[in-house]
Design a protein around this ligand. Structure first.
Ligand SMILES: NC(=O)C1=CN([C@@H]2O[C@H](COP(=O)(O)OP(=O)(O)OC[C@H]3O[C@@H](n4cnc5c(N)ncnc54)[C@H](O)[C@@H]3O)[C@@H](O)[C@H]2O)C=CC1
Ligand SMILES: O=C(O)[C@@H]1CCC=N1
Length: 262
Protein backbone atom coordinates (compact mmCIF):
# COMPACT_ATOMS: atom_id res chain seq x y z
CA UNK A 1 0.00 0.00 0.00
CA UNK A 2 1.67 3.27 -1.10
CA UNK A 3 1.73 5.97 1.61
CA UNK A 4 -1.02 8.52 0.88
CA UNK A 5 -0.69 12.28 1.23
CA UNK A 6 -1.69 12.70 4.85
CA UNK A 7 -2.72 15.66 7.02
CA UNK A 8 -3.21 15.47 10.81
CA UNK A 9 -5.33 18.41 12.01
CA UNK A 10 -4.44 18.93 15.66
CA UNK A 11 -1.73 16.31 15.15
CA UNK A 12 0.56 18.06 17.62
CA UNK A 13 -1.69 17.04 20.55
CA UNK A 14 -1.45 14.08 22.91
CA UNK A 15 -3.49 11.57 20.93
CA UNK A 16 -2.96 12.88 17.39
CA UNK A 17 0.79 13.02 17.93
CA UNK A 18 0.91 9.48 19.28
CA UNK A 19 -1.12 8.13 16.34
CA UNK A 20 0.93 9.95 13.71
CA UNK A 21 4.28 8.91 15.21
CA UNK A 22 3.12 5.28 15.40
CA UNK A 23 1.89 5.30 11.78
CA UNK A 24 5.11 6.96 10.58
CA UNK A 25 7.23 4.41 12.46
CA UNK A 26 5.19 1.56 10.95
CA UNK A 27 5.55 3.00 7.43
CA UNK A 28 1.77 3.39 6.98
CA UNK A 29 2.40 7.07 6.23
CA UNK A 30 5.67 8.74 5.20
CA UNK A 31 7.28 11.95 6.54
CA UNK A 32 7.65 13.54 3.08
CA UNK A 33 3.90 13.23 2.42
CA UNK A 34 2.64 14.04 5.94
CA UNK A 35 1.69 17.43 7.41
CA UNK A 36 0.87 18.03 11.08
CA UNK A 37 -1.13 21.12 11.98
CA UNK A 38 -1.15 22.96 15.28
CA UNK A 39 -2.22 26.37 16.50
CA UNK A 40 1.39 27.59 16.60
CA UNK A 41 2.46 25.96 13.36
CA UNK A 42 5.35 23.98 14.85
CA UNK A 43 5.37 21.35 17.58
CA UNK A 44 7.92 19.12 19.30
CA UNK A 45 7.90 15.36 19.14
CA UNK A 46 8.53 14.72 15.45
CA UNK A 47 12.33 15.26 15.41
CA UNK A 48 12.88 11.65 14.30
CA UNK A 49 10.88 12.20 11.09
CA UNK A 50 12.91 14.44 8.78
CA UNK A 51 10.89 16.04 5.98
CA UNK A 52 7.57 16.05 7.85
CA UNK A 53 5.59 19.24 7.24
CA UNK A 54 4.18 21.49 9.97
CA UNK A 55 1.78 24.38 9.61
CA UNK A 56 -0.98 26.33 11.35
CA UNK A 57 -2.98 26.40 8.11
CA UNK A 58 -5.55 23.58 8.36
CA UNK A 59 -7.25 24.50 5.10
CA UNK A 60 -4.06 24.29 3.06
CA UNK A 61 -2.83 21.12 4.79
CA UNK A 62 -6.14 19.39 4.11
CA UNK A 63 -6.31 20.60 0.50
CA UNK A 64 -2.99 18.87 -0.24
CA UNK A 65 -3.93 15.57 1.42
CA UNK A 66 -5.77 12.41 0.39
CA UNK A 67 -6.37 11.31 3.98
CA UNK A 68 -7.09 13.69 6.88
CA UNK A 69 -6.95 12.82 10.57
CA UNK A 70 -9.06 15.13 12.76
CA UNK A 71 -7.66 15.13 16.30
CA UNK A 72 -8.65 18.44 17.90
CA UNK A 73 -10.80 18.51 21.03
CA UNK A 74 -14.54 18.60 20.31
CA UNK A 75 -14.72 22.09 21.84
CA UNK A 76 -12.25 23.34 19.20
CA UNK A 77 -14.16 22.02 16.19
CA UNK A 78 -16.01 25.30 15.48
CA UNK A 79 -12.69 27.04 14.85
CA UNK A 80 -11.41 24.30 12.54
CA UNK A 81 -11.42 25.76 9.06
CA UNK A 82 -11.08 23.01 6.45
CA UNK A 83 -12.87 21.65 3.39
CA UNK A 84 -12.57 17.87 3.54
CA UNK A 85 -14.75 17.01 0.54
CA UNK A 86 -13.32 14.12 -1.46
CA UNK A 87 -10.97 13.11 1.37
CA UNK A 88 -10.87 9.98 3.48
CA UNK A 89 -11.49 11.44 6.96
CA UNK A 90 -10.37 9.66 10.14
CA UNK A 91 -11.88 11.32 13.22
CA UNK A 92 -10.85 10.42 16.76
CA UNK A 93 -13.04 13.09 18.35
CA UNK A 94 -15.42 11.83 21.00
CA UNK A 95 -18.99 13.15 20.88
CA UNK A 96 -18.91 14.23 17.21
CA UNK A 97 -21.01 11.83 15.09
CA UNK A 98 -20.47 10.93 11.44
CA UNK A 99 -23.46 13.03 10.26
CA UNK A 100 -22.06 16.11 11.96
CA UNK A 101 -18.60 15.55 10.45
CA UNK A 102 -20.18 15.21 7.00
CA UNK A 103 -22.25 18.37 7.49
CA UNK A 104 -19.40 20.50 8.82
CA UNK A 105 -16.61 19.43 6.51
CA UNK A 106 -18.37 18.28 3.33
CA UNK A 107 -16.86 14.78 3.50
CA UNK A 108 -18.51 11.42 2.77
CA UNK A 109 -15.76 8.83 3.33
CA UNK A 110 -15.53 8.89 7.11
CA UNK A 111 -14.10 6.59 9.78
CA UNK A 112 -14.71 7.35 13.44
CA UNK A 113 -12.21 5.67 15.74
CA UNK A 114 -11.72 5.80 19.50
CA UNK A 115 -8.13 5.06 20.55
CA UNK A 116 -7.04 5.52 24.13
CA UNK A 117 -4.23 7.01 26.16
CA UNK A 118 -2.05 3.94 25.59
CA UNK A 119 -1.65 4.77 21.87
CA UNK A 120 1.74 6.36 22.57
CA UNK A 121 2.89 3.01 24.00
CA UNK A 122 1.43 1.19 20.97
CA UNK A 123 -1.01 -0.52 23.32
CA UNK A 124 -4.32 1.16 22.41
CA UNK A 125 -7.50 -0.81 21.87
CA UNK A 126 -9.10 1.17 19.04
CA UNK A 127 -12.68 0.47 17.95
CA UNK A 128 -13.64 1.91 14.56
CA UNK A 129 -16.94 2.61 12.79
CA UNK A 130 -17.19 2.97 9.03
CA UNK A 131 -19.34 5.60 7.36
CA UNK A 132 -21.53 4.40 4.49
CA UNK A 133 -19.42 5.73 1.62
CA UNK A 134 -16.18 3.91 2.52
CA UNK A 135 -14.63 1.60 -0.03
CA UNK A 136 -12.48 -1.44 0.67
CA UNK A 137 -9.20 0.47 0.21
CA UNK A 138 -10.35 3.10 2.74
CA UNK A 139 -11.15 0.36 5.26
CA UNK A 140 -7.76 -1.28 4.76
CA UNK A 141 -5.99 2.06 5.24
CA UNK A 142 -7.92 2.85 8.45
CA UNK A 143 -7.12 -0.60 9.83
CA UNK A 144 -3.41 -0.18 9.08
CA UNK A 145 -3.30 3.35 10.46
CA UNK A 146 -4.92 2.52 13.81
CA UNK A 147 -3.27 -0.91 14.14
CA UNK A 148 0.09 0.90 14.14
CA UNK A 149 -0.66 2.08 17.72
CA UNK A 150 -2.31 -1.07 19.07
CA UNK A 151 -5.23 -3.32 18.22
CA UNK A 152 -7.93 -1.92 15.91
CA UNK A 153 -11.34 -3.54 15.42
CA UNK A 154 -14.53 -2.59 13.57
CA UNK A 155 -17.77 -2.07 15.47
CA UNK A 156 -21.19 -2.26 13.78
CA UNK A 157 -22.42 1.30 14.44
CA UNK A 158 -21.96 4.53 16.36
CA UNK A 159 -24.16 3.35 19.25
CA UNK A 160 -21.56 0.67 19.90
CA UNK A 161 -18.79 3.24 19.56
CA UNK A 162 -20.50 5.41 22.20
CA UNK A 163 -20.32 2.49 24.65
CA UNK A 164 -16.68 1.71 23.77
CA UNK A 165 -15.78 5.38 24.13
CA UNK A 166 -16.36 4.83 27.85
CA UNK A 167 -15.21 1.22 28.06
CA UNK A 168 -11.82 1.44 26.37
CA UNK A 169 -11.46 5.10 25.29
CA UNK A 170 -11.87 6.40 28.82
CA UNK A 171 -10.80 3.08 30.35
CA UNK A 172 -7.22 4.03 31.30
CA UNK A 173 -8.60 6.84 33.48
CA UNK A 174 -10.88 4.43 35.33
CA UNK A 175 -7.95 2.22 36.32
CA UNK A 176 -6.01 5.38 37.21
CA UNK A 177 -8.87 6.44 39.52
CA UNK A 178 -8.81 3.09 41.36
CA UNK A 179 -5.02 3.27 41.68
CA UNK A 180 -5.21 6.87 42.94
CA UNK A 181 -7.84 5.87 45.52
CA UNK A 182 -5.58 3.05 46.79
CA UNK A 183 -2.68 5.49 46.97
CA UNK A 184 -4.82 7.98 48.95
CA UNK A 185 -5.84 5.24 51.36
CA UNK A 186 -2.21 4.26 52.01
CA UNK A 187 -1.29 7.89 52.64
CA UNK A 188 -4.34 8.34 54.93
CA UNK A 189 -3.08 5.37 56.91
CA UNK A 190 0.16 7.28 57.50
CA UNK A 191 2.48 5.75 54.90
CA UNK A 192 4.98 7.93 53.11
CA UNK A 193 3.46 9.36 49.88
CA UNK A 194 6.53 8.55 47.76
CA UNK A 195 6.56 4.97 49.02
CA UNK A 196 2.83 4.64 48.27
CA UNK A 197 3.34 6.04 44.76
CA UNK A 198 6.21 3.63 44.00
CA UNK A 199 4.26 0.69 45.35
CA UNK A 200 1.10 1.45 43.38
CA UNK A 201 2.93 2.08 40.08
CA UNK A 202 4.76 -1.23 40.35
CA UNK A 203 1.51 -2.94 41.36
CA UNK A 204 -0.24 -1.59 38.26
CA UNK A 205 2.61 -2.50 35.90
CA UNK A 206 2.75 -6.06 37.26
CA UNK A 207 -1.02 -6.51 37.38
CA UNK A 208 -1.38 -5.25 33.79
CA UNK A 209 1.17 -7.79 32.55
CA UNK A 210 -0.46 -10.58 34.52
CA UNK A 211 -3.91 -9.65 33.20
CA UNK A 212 -2.60 -9.61 29.62
CA UNK A 213 -1.43 -13.22 30.09
CA UNK A 214 -3.25 -16.50 29.54
CA UNK A 215 -5.71 -16.24 32.44
CA UNK A 216 -8.76 -14.02 32.03
CA UNK A 217 -9.63 -11.43 34.72
CA UNK A 218 -12.55 -13.52 35.98
CA UNK A 219 -10.36 -16.64 36.15
CA UNK A 220 -7.82 -14.74 38.24
CA UNK A 221 -10.54 -13.46 40.59
CA UNK A 222 -11.88 -16.96 41.01
CA UNK A 223 -8.40 -18.42 41.69
CA UNK A 224 -7.78 -15.79 44.38
CA UNK A 225 -11.20 -16.40 45.93
CA UNK A 226 -10.34 -20.08 46.34
CA UNK A 227 -7.62 -19.20 48.86
CA UNK A 228 -10.34 -17.88 51.21
CA UNK A 229 -7.70 -15.53 52.52
CA UNK A 230 -6.88 -11.82 52.43
CA UNK A 231 -7.61 -11.29 48.73
CA UNK A 232 -10.96 -13.06 49.00
CA UNK A 233 -11.84 -10.82 51.97
CA UNK A 234 -11.07 -7.69 49.95
CA UNK A 235 -12.92 -8.98 46.86
CA UNK A 236 -16.00 -9.78 48.93
CA UNK A 237 -15.93 -6.26 50.38
CA UNK A 238 -15.79 -4.86 46.82
CA UNK A 239 -18.87 -6.90 45.88
CA UNK A 240 -20.75 -5.97 49.06
CA UNK A 241 -20.05 -2.29 48.49
CA UNK A 242 -21.54 -2.45 45.01
CA UNK A 243 -18.72 -3.00 42.52
CA UNK A 244 -21.01 -4.04 39.63
CA UNK A 245 -23.53 -1.18 40.08
CA UNK A 246 -20.62 1.26 40.39
CA UNK A 247 -19.08 0.01 37.15
CA UNK A 248 -22.49 0.10 35.44
CA UNK A 249 -23.03 3.72 36.54
CA UNK A 250 -19.52 4.70 35.44
CA UNK A 251 -19.90 3.19 31.96
CA UNK A 252 -23.45 4.48 31.49
CA UNK A 253 -22.36 8.02 32.38
CA UNK A 254 -19.50 7.88 29.87
CA UNK A 255 -21.74 6.37 27.19
CA UNK A 256 -24.45 9.00 27.66
CA UNK A 257 -21.84 11.75 27.37
CA UNK A 258 -20.38 10.12 24.24
CA UNK A 259 -23.88 10.06 22.72
CA UNK A 260 -24.38 13.75 23.47
CA UNK A 261 -27.14 13.05 26.02
CA UNK A 262 -25.45 14.91 28.89
N1 LIG B 1 -6.45 11.66 25.01
C1 LIG B 1 -7.15 10.53 24.92
O1 LIG B 1 -6.92 9.56 25.66
C2 LIG B 1 -8.22 10.41 23.88
C3 LIG B 1 -8.65 11.48 23.12
N2 LIG B 1 -9.62 11.31 22.18
C4 LIG B 1 -10.05 12.44 21.36
O2 LIG B 1 -8.90 12.97 20.72
C5 LIG B 1 -9.03 14.37 20.53
C6 LIG B 1 -7.75 15.07 20.98
O3 LIG B 1 -7.51 14.77 22.34
P1 LIG B 1 -6.06 15.02 22.97
O4 LIG B 1 -5.00 14.69 21.99
O5 LIG B 1 -6.07 14.33 24.27
O6 LIG B 1 -6.12 16.60 23.20
P2 LIG B 1 -4.92 17.65 23.08
O7 LIG B 1 -5.43 18.90 23.65
O8 LIG B 1 -3.66 17.08 23.63
O9 LIG B 1 -4.72 17.81 21.50
C7 LIG B 1 -5.52 18.60 20.68
C8 LIG B 1 -4.58 19.44 19.86
O10 LIG B 1 -5.31 20.16 18.89
C9 LIG B 1 -4.73 21.45 18.77
N3 LIG B 1 -5.68 22.34 18.12
C10 LIG B 1 -6.82 22.88 18.62
N4 LIG B 1 -7.41 23.67 17.70
C11 LIG B 1 -6.64 23.60 16.59
C12 LIG B 1 -6.73 24.19 15.32
N5 LIG B 1 -7.74 25.02 14.98
N6 LIG B 1 -5.77 23.90 14.41
C13 LIG B 1 -4.75 23.08 14.72
N7 LIG B 1 -4.60 22.49 15.92
C14 LIG B 1 -5.54 22.76 16.84
C15 LIG B 1 -4.40 21.82 20.20
O11 LIG B 1 -3.48 22.86 20.27
C16 LIG B 1 -3.83 20.49 20.70
O12 LIG B 1 -2.45 20.37 20.47
C17 LIG B 1 -10.28 14.80 21.30
O13 LIG B 1 -11.29 15.10 20.38
C18 LIG B 1 -10.66 13.60 22.14
O14 LIG B 1 -12.06 13.42 22.23
C19 LIG B 1 -10.18 10.10 21.92
C20 LIG B 1 -9.79 9.01 22.63
C21 LIG B 1 -8.80 9.06 23.68
O1 LIG C 1 -12.54 12.01 27.70
C1 LIG C 1 -12.80 12.14 26.50
O2 LIG C 1 -13.78 12.81 26.12
C2 LIG C 1 -11.93 11.43 25.49
C3 LIG C 1 -12.65 10.34 24.79
C4 LIG C 1 -12.15 9.07 25.36
C5 LIG C 1 -11.02 9.46 26.12
N1 LIG C 1 -10.87 10.74 26.13
Amino acid sequence: MAAPRFAALGGGGWLGGALVRAALSAGVIAPATTVVTSRRGAVDGFEAFAGLGMTADNRQAAAQADVVLVAVRPGDIDALDADLSGKLVLSVMAMVPIDELAGRFGCRRIVRAMPNAAAGRLKSFTPMVAGEALDEQDRRFAEAFFAASGIAEWLPDERALDYFTGLTGSGPAFFAALAAAMERDAVARGFDAALAARAIRQLLAGAAEELAGERSPSELVSIFKDYRGTTAAGLTAMEEHGLDPLVRAMLEAAERRAAGLT
